[in-house]
Design a protein around this ligand. Structure first.
Ligand SMILES: [Zn+2]
Length: 62
């Protein structure tokens, strides 16, 4: 069983995958989707229940 990005399902043959844990479970996310996890975690609530209430973090604002 290969590891896959939880968003786009790409595997680590095509993209670098980062492993992280959430609520005791291990997940993988590709480098393309790390910004989503960082800045719009609530968009992942359908994949990772519990993130609904995480507010968007400030991006780089002048
Ligand atoms: Zn991805």
């Amino acid at each position: 069983m290969g590891n896959k990005c939880l968003i786009c399902k790409v595997d680590d043959k095509k993209m670098p995958l980062i492993q992280f844990s959430y609520q005791g479970k291990t997940h993988h996310i590709c480098t393309q989707h790390i910004p989503v996890l960082i800045h719009q975690a609530n968009q992942l609530a359908n994949i990772l229940p519990g993130l609904e209430d995480v507010s968007d973090t400030e991006t780089f604002v002048d």
